[in-house]
Design a protein around this ligand. Structure first.
Ligand code: NAP
Length: 311
């Protein structure tokens, strides 16, 4: 197994990881980025991104990630394919194993992101970014005057449903039980909104219609009666929660009650020399621009840490 040594290693290649790589590269730290299985992160699942500053006419998610990648590489970031299989944070240099590579690194920037939970239907996968979305803030604007559905019964689902009433003609919330998990105040607000209706006790059986490459409807099954029906909608927002990608780190880093990495004083984690940025430590904002901003912070924090260590 080949061993490389690095001052900065970044795990993850979404907006947070690539911005951390850009800043570290421009600080002459020659960062190594291990891109992970979902290279480019969640923006690879979206189509047009209209809220990333600097693009008057918007930019496609995969194009934005390709540009960020090229920009980081231009300044000397080395981006390698593959996935990290183990991490040893017990002493510095930290040891990272990714396939046949063993990396000894003085600092580690964790930008592994979070994954939106999905229902797991093949039609959901096929229509992701083509009418199916996991981000109302990102994609709500595309459904002006159109009927849409939101799947889920937690605070996220109801918050998204309320937000989406600014654009959509109607919002149907599809929930698998007869009571919401969301806070009472959020429920009251959603149920008082005349544009919102609820399909209780219902699961999504199918999203229509992959053969058209666009969402035309949603097939629901009532879990109490077994009855199925089709609802005509132009958009489907899946809001059944997110999972931060922290499995690799086991118990070695402090997490909050829901599994997100805890950061303090900028991007510092509970281990000196280990920094975290982007959605793996942020379940509140979850935007490409906030992830990129926190990636910049992590790179600057890592650079200052190395300086203080005399590197
Ligand atoms: P959550 O609280 O875990 O709720 C997930 C919802 O999705 C639940 O209603 C769940 O149904 C449903 N669900 C899960 N898997 C499903 C599946 N496979 N098929 C159908 N439905 C499924 O997640 P969240 O709403 O993202 O919230 C996460 C945390 O952030 C919570 O603590 C929440 O309070 C907080 N949050 C707060 C705010 C706010 O205060 N403004 C906004 C957003 C989030 P069941 O109810 O049947 O389990």
């Amino acid at each position: 197994m080949a061993t490389r040594t690095r001052d900065v290693t970044v795990i993850g290649s979404g907006p947070a990881g690539l911005t951390a790589a850009l800043y570290s590269a421009r600080a002459n730290l020659k960062p190594l980025v291990i891109e992970g299985l979902e290279a480019g992160g969640q923006l690879m699942l979206t189509t047009a991104v209209e809220n990333f500053p600097g693009f008057t006419d918007g930019i496609m998610g995969p194009d934005l990630m390709a540009a960020m990648r090229g920009q980081a590489e231009r300044f000397g970031a080395e981006i390698v394919r593959g996935n990290v299989t183990s991490v040893d944070l017990s002493a510095r240099p930290f040891v990272i194993v990714a396939g046949d590579d063993r990396i000894e690194t003085q600092t580690l920037i964790i930008a592994t992101g979070a994954s939106a939970k999905l229902l797991g239907l093949p039609s959901e996968r096929a229509l992701m970014g083509h009418g199916v979305s996991t981000c109302a803030t990102c994609d709500g604007f595309f459904f002006r005057g159109k009927p849409i559905a939101v799947v889920g019964g937690g605070d996220s689902a109801l918050e998204e449903a309320i937000f989406l009433t600014r654009f959509a003609s109607t919002v149907t919330v599809v929930h698998r039980r007869d009571a919401f998990r969301a806070s009472k105040i959020m429920q009251d607000k959603a149920l008082a909104n005349s544009k919102i209706s609820v399909e209780w006790d219902s699961e999504v059986v199918e999203m229509l219609d992959p053969t058209h490459g666009a969402v035309t409807g949603i097939v629901l099954r009532n879990l109490k009666t077994g009855a199925e029906k089709t609802l005509a909608v132009d958009g489907i927002f899946v809001a059944i929660g997110h999972t931060p990608n922290t499995t690799l780190f086991g118990d070695s880093l402090e997490t909050d009650g829901t599994g997100y990495l805890v950061t303090h004083d900028g991007s510092r984690t509970s281990i000196d020399g280990v920094f975290a940025c982007g959605d793996v430590q942020d379940h509140v904002y979850r935007q490409a621009i906030t992830a990129a901003g926190s990636g910049c912070m992590a790179a600057l924090d890592a650079e200052r840490f190395l300086e203080a260590q005399g590197h």
